[in-house]
Write a protein that binds this ligand. Structure first.
Ligand code: IPE
Ligand code: IPE
Ligand code: MG
Length: 253
């Protein structure tokens, strides 16, 4: 049985504070370029903003934070940038995991981890084991992640689990095999850096998510900017297919 309801099968219950926030942290390169710095300086600064974001989620009681750190298409970047990003990922895991653990954060990395070097894969595995018992905040980092990859790996696992079944597959059959099976669908999606696209992030899970795009570059996306995104979310009317009038009607006794 799925842990959470699906927005297309039942109308989810919603609260003023989003339960799950998913973020495309974009604009690091442009932030650095504006300062005549190498692109990697933007990525380094970006890690600081991740810390700030985690702190804000802990303070506000947001239960799930999902961050897009490296897409399956980011391998197309210059090799030097890819390798600096990998080094930064290793360093961040080495330096941050203890602190996350002390703060009750459970860390998960989603994506195809197989191309990562052995050391990085080991750090990821250790961090996940270490923080597995934490429940205050579920922090997910998407690395070598792609929304289409996720759906396809899920479908493949689903089919392999019941080889005798020929037809009649449902959403509920697929749910447990998707990378984010442990989380409710995102309530709020934020993309910094001005582009208004999904870039192959959580395609399946964003079905009814409120989308928030801001020109603010990720290294400038501080707590005040995050508060603006939350305030925008709180103005939205989440209808899930119903009419506005239905939302204000008193439920029948
Ligand atoms: C996002 O910032 C970080 C990653 C994709 C790793 P970018 O590096 O895409 O920054 P811009 O879009 O070039 O400014
Ligand atoms: C999306 O950013 C991926 C991450 C933030 C990790 P990109 O900067 O790679 O996206 P596109 O290529 O501009 O769509
Ligand atoms: Mg970008």
């Amino acid at each position: 049985m799925a842990l959470f309801s699906s927005s297309t099968r039942q109308v989810p219950t919603i609260a003023a504070v989003p339960k799950h926030v998913a973020v495309i942290m974009d604009g690091n390169g442009r932030w650095a370029k504006k300062r005549f710095l190498p692109r990697v300086a933007g990525h380094v600064k970006g890690v600081e903003l991740v810390r700030e974001m985690v702190r804000a989620c802990l303070e506000q009681g947001i239960e799930y934070l999902t961050l897009f750190a490296f897409s399956s298409e980011n391998w197309r970047r210059p090799q030097e940038e890819v390798s600096l990003l990998m080094q930064l990922f290793v360093k961040a895991l080495e330096q941050e995991v203890d602190k996350l653990h002390r703060n009750g954060v459970r860390l998960r990395i989603i994506g195809d981890l197989s191309p990562f070097d052995a050391r990085l894969q080991q750090l990821i595995a250790d961090a996940q084991v270490k923080t597995a018992g934490n429940t205050r905040l579920n922090l997910t980092v998407a690395a070598n992640y792609g929304g289409r990859w996720d759906v396809m790996q899920g479908v493949n696992k689903m089919l392999a689990a019941q080889p005798e079944k020929r037809e009649g597959w449902s959403e509920a059959d697929l749910d447990p095999y998707l990378s984010m099976h442990y989380a409710p669908e995102p309530d709020l999606f934020i993309r910094t850096g001005g582009e208004e696209r999904i870039s192959n992030f959580l395609l399946w899970q964003l079905a009814y998510t409120e989308l928030y795009f801001t020109p603010t570059l990720w290294p400038d996306f501080n707590t005040e900017e995050f508060a603006k995104a939350i305030a925008s979310y709180q103005q939205r009317e989440r209808r899930f297919g119903r009419t506005s009038e239905q939302l204000t009607e008193k439920p029948h006794a």
